[in-house]
Structure formats: C-alpha cells, structure tokens
Design a protein around this ligand. Sequence first.
Ligand code: AGP
Length: 608
Amino acid sequence: MCGIVGYVGPKKVAPLLLEGLKRLEYRGYDSAGLAIMNGKGVETRKVAGKISRLESLISAKPISGTLGIGHTRWATHGAPNEANAHPHVDEKHEFAVVHNGIIENAGSLRRKLEDLGHVFTSETDTEVLVHLIEAAFDGSLEDAVIEALHQVEGAYGIAVVSSRDPHKIVAARKGSPLLVGLGDGEHYVASDASAILAHTREVVYLHDGDLAVLDRSGYRIIGLDSLTQTRKVSKIDWDLAQMERGGFAHFMLKEIFEQPQTVASTLAGRLLLNTATAKLAGTNLSDEDLLAIDNIVITACGTSWHSGLIGEHMIEESARIPVEVEYASEFRYRNPIVNDRTLCIVISQSGETADTLAAMREAQRRGARTLGIVNVVGSTIARDAAAGIYLHAGPEIGVASTKAFTSQVVALALLTLKMARLRDLSVIRGREIIDALQALPGHIQQILDRAPEIEALAEEFKRAQNFLYLGRGYNFPTALEGALKLKEISYIHAEGYPAAEMKHGPIALIDELMPVVFIAPHDSVFDKVASNVQEVKARKGRVIAITSREEPSLAGKIDYEFRIPETIDMLTPVLAAIPLQLLAYYIAVKRGSNVDQPRNLAKSVTVE
Ligand code: AGP
C-alpha cells in the first residue's frame, strides 16, 4: 500500500519527510521520492528501492525548503523504477503530485492529454493527475485540483504542491485514506497517522470527496463543489506499533479484515456489465489467443496451489477447457505434456517463489503461453510471464496468506468469465457470475462482523492436537486451505481431505477428541457432504460446519455451526475461507504463536 506524507511550516522539510516515509515502510513499497519547494520551484528526488537510498541521494544532493510532500510507492501500474516513482511533475517542474489508489480512466485521459501536447515520462496512472492540474491551473491550486478530479474515475488519496501557488499543500481523498495533522504554525498531511505521530496527535480524517488546503497558518476543508466542510479533530491515542497494524493486533488480522476492500480492488474496473464478461487489460492475450487455447496447466505452491484447484473447477465447468493443476516443485521435474496451445497459469502472491518461477520457465521452454496471477507488481514472475493479472490486494505482510487467496480466487473467476463468454457461456449466466462477484465485499463484511463467534469457537478448540477439514467440489480446496492456515500458524496437525475420501482411511482417526471442520454450503454436492457429517457424528467426532442455510438434514449432527451468506457455487470458497482464516488466527493467538512470522516459515520461498 503506498504511503503519503507532507509538511508545511517553519522547519526544514527534508528530514521530516524522510522520517515520515520511514514510519510508512511497514506498508510495503518498492520505490520512494519527495518534492520540495526550494524557493525557486519544485525540486524532486526519487529512487527505486528503499528509503535509505533516497536518504543517501538527499545527503549527496540536499534540498532546502520548508514545504514538501513525500511518497512510498507499491507499484500497481508500471514497474518499480525511478521514472515511475512518485512525486510526478509536469514538464516545467511547477507542479508535483503524490497519489495512492488507482485511476481507472488513466488510459483515455493520457491519450487526451498527449493530444494536447503533454509529455509523459512514466508508465503510471498517477502522472495524468499532474498534467490535468497543470492544464487547469488559473491562479488557485485547489481550484485546479478540483477541476482535475472531476475528470478522474477511480480511487485516490493525493497531495499536490506548486511553485505557482507556493505556500500551500492541497490534499484530496476518494477511497484512499488521508488525514491532516495539526501543529502550531505547521501542518501535516499523511496517509496514516504513524507518519506524523512523533509531531502531533491531533488529526482530522478526510472523508471521501474532501479536499484539504494547508498552509503555515492553518487548514480548511472543502468539497469538490468548493463548499466548506467541517470535520472533527481526533486525538490519536495509539502507540506506533499499533498504528502500523492499523490498530489490529497482527498484520494477519488486519489483512483478514481488509478483504472486503481487497476483493473490491481486484474487481475494480474489470467487470463489463453490458456484455456480461470481464476486462483483463494485462492479459496481453487477444480473444483469438484465448480461443486458440485447448488445454491449461495451473502451477503454484501452497495457498496459491489451493486457489489453482478452485480455478481448475471454475474453468472446466464454465469454459469447458481441460485443466491440470500441478505443484510447481513437481511440474518442473516431470516431463509434462505442454505445447503452444497450452496456457500455463502461474499463481504466486510474491511473484518470487523459486519452484513456481522454475515451473513457469519450463512451461515457456516447451512453448506454452504463460499468464501470471500475481500480487507483487514488478516481481520476477510478473515481469517474465507473457501475460498477467495483478491482484491489487496491497502488500501481504503476514506469512500466512489470506487476502491474496481470496483475490486469487476472484481473479480466476474473472479469467474464467472472460474465457467462458468467448465460448458458449450465456449472457444470463455471465450476469449471474458478475452479480455474485459484486456482492462478495458486502458478504465478506457480514462474516467479519461476526468474528467474535469464531473467537469463542477457537477458545473451545485451542488445545486440540489434530484437526480434519473436509469438503467436496469447489470446497475440497477450501478444506486444504483451512487446514494449511491452522497448521502453519498454530502448529496443530491438520489435514484437508475430499469429504468422501474420509471413508478410505482418515475415518479411522475419528473419535470424540477429533474436531472435524466441514465446509458445507448449500451447493450442488451438499447432500453428499451431509451424509459424510452423519458418518463422522456416528463415530463421536466433534463437528464444526460452515453452512449457508438452515439444514434439516444436519439437525442434531453439528456441534458448532457458522453460517455464511449464500452465493454461487464457484464463489463459496471466497466466503468459506474467511471463518477458517479467523479460526486459525484466534487458535494460534490463544496458543501464543508468533502469528505474523510463524516458526520455520518465510513469506516468500525463494529457494528450492
Ligand atoms: C500460505 O499461507 C503460505 N505462506 C505458503 O503456502 C505460500 O502460499 C506459498 O509459499 C506460495 O507463495 P506465493 O504465492 O508467494 O508463490
């Protein structure tokens, strides 16, 4: 997630901006920069990589001034390099902008601006903002920003400075958090309070649609209609550690609770309601390319392999293309059947997993087209795959993958929709899928609102030595994912299994000490799952069931039931995963595990 910090006051601004950006490092970033009013104009320093590099650059080439803005970038559009780093400036270096969010109509705006003679120097969506503001400027920076923002679609949190209106910072928010920090004869702007907590605990949180105009003497807040808005002053009483986790106890919990927003980000700008299909700009695969594919291999590791199993079911059911899902570590050493009509889908949150990268290269060597489904922009797999779909889920700090998993499943649903509608999926069915996708963020929020119920369940089972997770169809992979979440952070042994397979061995494990989690939404295989529940209950197993409606056939058979909202079968894993993530989290916390950095694990396994 990008970070923003700005200052106007009597002090030297460069050290303040660098300190604020360091406070934002926890958010994850891949480049950084700042812009300072140096008395003659706007001067910038930008680097790819860490803030320490920016610091060295500034000590080698200092900038004096008492007004400026800074940014840490987590790449969404364009590789993480100096040219794409923020701030972005106009051709004459009179305006500078930093931005969090995604400008969805950046392409059309860029073409319009280039036709007007504007010269772009980056691949970012953000750069359109600075040219729009420069084009609109007529003496007032805030008026120019308002005029520019009226042309923009998408989410933003921005800060703007200009040598043509040199004593102020203009900030604006729509969808990306932004706040104003209040000082005595000085004012701050930041994407979160951790950047300025060392200087002030009095902040004003901007609302969507707000603009803040700050100078040394004060600040005012106006709407996009230029009318004054009144916002209350809040007092921050968190410590810094709490700030970085947004008040959550762990990054993993923060990321679980981010999922309504991250699933919405994965979907943003990618649903075409009229033609009931998906728009995946980055796939670089034309409709003809997609139609020429007659087989698919999905390769990944861990959680990403689980989402691949769900993708297999989606694609075979709706697009009628045969799919094989392969552990990357196995695929790379087999002699797989792959050719130029194979699409190799490579799923990786980090984009750096060694086995997955090697499997992709092996598929490429054999002539397959490769499509990466990746979260980290500019990562090796993202760069080297022939095509790609970014998750836009923001940095995932917790080692146990949560928001990346749900966004991977959503990305696979989008790809399925696009490929299926090129074949024989009806408009009606396409619209059903779109409606269900659009309902996901609200459904996820409903589940998160009931987290205390899961915490109570965790209290009941925190001492278990083993767990069995069972599901069928779309939710056999969900069972695998639930088991992986539990074992990797609580260190309890847990196995995921196809529910019917239990009779072929694991049923021997069932006794009154064995908790069995059934993923049992009312889908096409529910009745079969219900019989498996009865088989477990008959052997005194303790049954936890994730259901989606009142089920008479399960009456008296379930010890603990957690109901999730109904959705179409292919999306039930997105909703069922949420209580399973929470169950694993709360059990691990109660067992005293290091939830964000569990023993023996790394966030990205960049070795074989
Ligand atoms: C998931 O919770 C684990 N941290 C692990 O299985 C992970 O999914 C796996 O290492 C793959 O990582 P990637 O998605 O970054 O390639």
